[in-house]
Design a protein around this ligand. Structure first.
Ligand code: AMP
Length: 451
C-alpha cells in the first residue's frame, strides 16, 4: 500500500497530513495525486466521502510550496470551482488545514456574502481562489480579479454545477484562463454534457473512477414506512423523538417542503434548522455550525444543499420524501454511518412514491425492511393508481437512466397537499404493522460512498 510520504509531496504538506492522522492515501488520492504532480489533466468520477478534496488540493499546495514570489495584485494562481457556498467553504477549510505549515493565501468567493470584503482580499492577489461560478464571474467582470495567471483549474462536483445551470458561466470563465493551464474535473456521475465539457477542457486526461466502496450499505439499518401522505408529519415526530436519535438529517424534495417540515418540528419543540438554496448565507452557515456543534439536532435539507456536507456522527437519515432518482437515495443515506459508525435510515413512502422505493431496491439490490400504516391492500391499490396516473413507463425508464435528468425540485407525484396540522400537538399514532411482503434486508454488493 502506498504511503503519503512515497508520493513526493513537499515536507510542510506531509507534516500537516501527519497531524491530521492521515498516513495512507485513499484510492482516489493514490491515483490523482501522482497524475497531477506529473502535470497531467485529470477526469475523476468520484463522490463526496472518497477523499477527493485532498486529491486535488495537495498537488496544488505542492506546486505553490515551491514558489517564493507573491502573486501579483488582483490575480490568483489556482482556481477551484464548486457548486455551493457550503462546499466551497469546506474546500477552503481543507486547504487551510493542509497548508498549516506553509505561507499560503486564499480567498473564498461565493454569493450570498457581501462582495466588498472579497474584493479587498483579491486586491492583494492570492494563491488560491475557491469560488462558486456566479460570484466569481461578477468579480472578474468588475475587474476585481484577473484570471490571466491561473495555472491550475479544478471543477468539483461538475454534475451538480450542471444541475444548477452553471455551465454557461463555467464556459465563460474558462475562456478567460490561459490555455496552458492544468485542469482537473471531478464529478459523481458522467452524463453527456459533462463528457462534452471534459472533452473541451481537458487535454489527454488521466481518467480515474473510484467506486465508493469503503462504507458498506449493510452498516446502515434501512427501513421504510409505507404510509398515507398526511400521516408523514406525525410519523416524523415519532421517529425523531426517539432517544437513539443523536443527530439527524431529514431530506425533502423541495425547498418549500424543507421549510414546512422544519417549521413543524420547531413548533413541537425539536431543535431543528432548515438548509437549502433559498436561505441566506448567514442562515446556512448558522444552521450548519449549530449542527456540527450539536445545538441543532436535526437538519432539514434538500439534496443539493446537503451534498458534500461532511459531518460525522449523523445517527439517522430520514427521507420525508423519497427521491425520484434512486442514486440520490444512496447519497442521502451515505450521510450516516460515517467514520466507521453504524447508522439508521428511515424512509416515509406514500403510495405515489412506491415506484421510487422499488427503483431504489432494484439499484441497490437490497430489499428495504418495511412497515405499514393502515391497510396494505389500500396502500397498494393507491400505489397502482398513482403509478398508472402520474408515471407512464417512459418517465420511469428515463429516471432509471440516472444523472442527466435529475430534477431536485420535481413535484411529480406530489399533487396532494399535506393536511394542515390543526391540533397543535401530535395526533394519536395510527396502526403500524409489517406487510406480508416485507422481508429482512438481503446482503448486497452495493455500498454507499465514503471513508
Ligand atoms: P472528501 O471526499 O474530500 O469530502 O473527504 C471525506 C473525508 O475523508 C474528509 O473528512 C477528509 O478529511 C477525510 N480524508 C481525506 N483523506 C483521507 C485519508 N487519506 N485518510 C483518512 N481520511 C481522509
Amino acid at each position: 500500500m502506498t504511503q503519503f510520504n512515497e508520493l513526493g509531496l513537499a515536507d510542510p504538506i506531509l507534516r500537516a497530513l501527519n497531524e491530521a492522522g492521515y498516513t495512507q492515501p485513499t484510492p482516489i488520492q493514490a491515483e490523482v495525486i501522482p497524475a497531477l504532480l506529473q502535470g497531467r489533466d485529470v477526469l475523476g468520477i468520484a463522490q463526496t466521502g472518497t477523499g477527493k478534496t485532498a486529491a486535488f488540493v495537495l498537488p496544488i499546495l505542492h506546486r505553490l510550496a515551491g514558489l517564493n514570489k507573491r502573486p501579483a495584485p488582483k490575480t490568483c494562481r489556482a482556481l477551484i470551482l464548486s457548486p455551493t457556498r457550503e462546499l466551497s467553504a469546506q474546500i477552503r477549510e481543507n486547504l487551510q488545514n493542509y497548508s498549516a505549515h506553509m505561507r499560503l493565501s486564499s480567498a473564498l468567493v461565493v454569493g450570498g456574502l457581501k462582495a466588498g470584503p472579497q474584493v479587498k482580499v483579491l486586491a492583494r492577489g492570492v494563491d488560491v481562489v475557491v469560488a462558486t461560478p456566479g460570484r466569481l464571474l461578477d468579480l472578474v467582470k468588475s475587474r476585481a480579479l484577473s484570471l490571466s495567471q491561473v495555472q491550475t483549474l479544478v471543477l468539483d462536483e461538475a454534475d451538480q454545477m450542471l444541475d444548477l445551470g452553471f455551465f454557461p458561466a463555467i464556459r465563460e470563465i474558462v475562456s478567460m484562463l490561459p490555455a496552458d493551464r492544468q485542469t482537473a474535473l471531478l464529478s459523481a456521475t458522467m452524463p453527456k454534457p459533462i463528457k462534452a465539457l471534459a472533452h473541451d477542457l481537458l487535454t489527454d486526461p488521466k481518467q480515474i473512477s473510484v467506486a465508493p466502496v469503503s462504507r458498506p450499505i449493510e452498516r446502515i439499518e434501512q427501513s421504510a414506512i409505507l404510509t398515507p401522505q398526511d400521516a408523514k408529519r406525525e410519523l416524523l415526530l415519532e421517529i425523531l423523538s426517539d432517544k437513539a436519535v443523536e443527530r439527524a438529517i431529514v431530506f425533502t424534495r423541495t425547498k418549500r417542503g424543507a421549510d414546512r417540515v422544519n417549521k413543524h418540528l420547531v413548533a413541537f419543540g425539536l431543535k431543528a434548522a432548515a438548509i437549502h438554496g433559498d436561505k441566506s448565507q448567514g442562515q446556512r452557515v448558522k444552521a450548519l455550525a449549530g449542527f456540527k456543534a450539536g445545538s441543532v439536532k436535526i437538519l432539514v435539507a434538500t439534496d443539493i444543499a446537503a451534498r458534500g456536507i461532511d459531518v460525522d456522527d449523523v445517527s439517522h437519515v430520514v427521507n420525508f420524501e423519497l427521491p425520484n432518482i434512486p442514486e440520490s437515495y444512496v447519497h442521502r443515506i451515505g450521510r450516516t454511518a460515517r467514520a466507521g459508525k453504524t447508522g439508521v435510515a428511515v424512509s416515509l413512502c406514500d403510495p405515489s412514491e412506491y415506484d421510487y422505493l422499488r427503483d431504489i431496491e432494484r439499484l441497490t439490490g437490497h430489499e428495504v425492511d418495511k412497515a405499514i400504516v393502515g391497510e396494505e391492500a389500500d396502500f397498494l391499490a393507491q400505489a397502482r393508481a398513482a403509478s398508472g396516473a402520474s408515471k407512464p413507463k417512459k418517465s420511469r425508464n428515463r429516471r432509471r437512466r440516472g444523472g442527466a435528468l435529475q430534477s431536485g425540485n420535481s413535484q411529480a407525484g406530489h399533487s396532494r397537499r399535506p393536511q394542515a396540522d390543526t391540533s397543535g400537538k401530535p395526533q394519536r399514532r395510527r396502526r403500524t404493522r409489517r406487510p406480508k411482503s416485507a422481508g429482512r434486508p438481503q446482503g448486497s454488493g452495493v455500498e454507499a460512498g465514503a471513508i
